[in-house]
Structures are given as C-alpha cells and as structure tokens.
Design a protein around this ligand. Structure first.
Ligand code: ZN
Ligand code: ZN
Length: 281
C-alpha cells in the first residue's frame, strides 16, 4: 500500500510536496483553498508548474484533492447548495489542472428533512456538477460516520446516488476506516474486513473504491462519532491496521492519513512509520 497524508499548502502548492517528503509520504492529499471558507481558488500558472515539478522529482503520487468542509449537497438551504455546486465545479477543474487522481468530499446531510428529499437534492447537484465540470477528474464520495443524518453512513446511500446518476464512471468512493467503523461496519480483523468489503461490493462495487483514508477511531464500533485517532491508539487498534494494510482487496490502494499526529499538528512521520511497520511485505 502507498501511504500518504493530508498536508497543508500554506506558503504555496509546492510546499505540500516538501511537507510530504518530511514525513516520508508516498502520496498526498491537499486542499486547494482554505477548507472553512468559500474562497475562489487562485494559484498562478508558475505555482502549478512548480508543484508538478516538485512532485515529479520527489516521486510522490497520487495526489488527492479534498473539497471544502462546508459542502452540503443535500441542504435545505438553496444558497448553501449553490455555493457547494460552484465550489465543486471549480475544484474539479483544479483537480484536473494539478493532475490529481480525484476530488474527495462529504456529500452532506439532509438534517431534519426526509431522506428522500435530501437524496434528490444531492442527485440534482451531482448531475449539474458533472455536466458543468469539463475534464476527466472523478469525484470521490466519502463514506461517513453516519452522525447527524449524513449521507454516506451506509453503503446503500452512495450506491443509490451512483445508480441515480446512471453509474457514471466519474463517481468513485473513498473509504475512511474511522468513518466506516464508527458507522457500525466491523473492520478490525481479516474476516471482518472481508465481510464489510463484500457488502461494499454488493451495493457499490469494489471497482469504485479508489482511495482510503487511514484513521484510527476515538469512538467505538457504531458510535457514529467522527473523531480520528492516531494509528493504533483508537478502537481499530494496531491489530486492525495490520489487517487493513495487508488485506488483498486493499493493498493496491493509496491510503491517506488524516490523524491528529503525536503533537496534535496533523499527520506525522510516526503515524506513517507505524503503518509501514505493519506491512507483511
Ligand atoms: Zn476522511
Ligand atoms: Zn472524519
């Protein structure tokens, strides 16, 4: 498995590559703009060029772009849905421009409203995004911990969105180990992982699974808590990650850490070292 991490682009896109090298990452996930604000993404052609050159000379890849946290395609608020669509259309084109593997995001939550209404809104938004975004980069729908009526806590949610968009190949899935576990899918032994992936395959199809987020979970199985822990320090435990990184259906995927880090400043060399130490080779 290729191990990478979410890193900051503060100071310029190419700084992400430096940060990746510092922690020993094979692959990287980045935001292309501040994730808590609706800002237009701006990077000069020269900055994009420096990023690509740094990536090539570092041998780091693939790159995964993470969408803003504010996105909610199922919101009852039309303004929020509009901003979400605009941000994803724009960031998909940046994903292509940066030659990244895709744009991962949380679909959103239908809140207090009926699920069917929320799902219809998400379908409409996704259709518009895919129609307007030229280029080839896929959207990666992320599995969620399932709290707060979020879409993606059950594989059926994502399967339904993909099916209602006619199975377009531009919709793929990123499985977050903390989220699936917190959502109630056992994921800590080879047998449990095989059973959970069989369920994923039945609903979504394993060919859609193109990236992993590797996070331990501060919440127990089924807690619906989206709280990431450092590798081995949560309820998935060291043994769980041993099973994950060596699983024959997962080993070929890029895995991106989004853990707090030992000093609380984000994914670090120690978490990557822990994962590498668990690989049977
Ligand atoms: Zn994640
Ligand atoms: Zn999370």
């Amino acid at each position: 498995m290729r191990f990478g991490a979410h890193v900051s682009i503060a100071g310029g896109l190419e700084k992400a590559i430096e940060r990746g090298l510092e922690i020993g990452a094979d692959c990287l996930q980045i935001f292309v703009a501040a994730p808590q604000r609706w800002l237009e993404v701006r990077h000069s052609d020269a900055a994009v060029q420096r990023f690509k050159e740094a990536r090539t000379s570092a041998g780091i890849g693939p790159i995964l772009v993470h969408g803003p946290y504010l996105i909610n395609l199922a919101s009852a608020n039309p303004d929020l849905r509009r901003r979400s669509v605009e941000a994803l259309v724009s960031q998909l084109s940046w994903t292509d421009r940066l030659e990244a593997m895709g744009l991962v995001f949380h679909v959103g939550s239908f809140g207090e409203e009926a699920r069917e209404i929320g799902m219809q809104r998400a379908v409409d938004c996704l259709r518009e995004i895919l129609e307007r975004a030229e280029g080839r980069a896929p959207l990666l729908l992320e599995t969620t911990a399932g709290g707060g009526n979020s879409i993606g806590g059950r594989f059926e949610d994502l399967a339904e969105l993909i099916e209602r968009l006619d199975g377009t190949p531009r919709l793929q899935v990123c499985l977050d180990t903390c989220h699936v576990f917190a959502a109630g899918y056992p994921f800590t032994t080879p047998e449990e992982i095989s059973a959970t992936l069989a369920e994923f395959d039945r609903h979504i199809g394993l060919d859609r699974l193109t990236a992993l987020h590797l996070n331990d979970s501060q919440g127990k199985l089924g807690s619906k808590r989206d709280r990431h822990a450092n590798i081995g320090d949560g309820f998935i435990r060291r043994e769980g990650f041993h099973a994950i990184v060596n699983h024959p259906l997962l080993r070929h995927l890029p895995g991106f850490l989004e853990v707090p880090g030992l000093d609380g400043s984000g994914p670090d060399a120690e978490n990557i070292r822990r994962l590498r130490g668990l690989c049977d080779g």
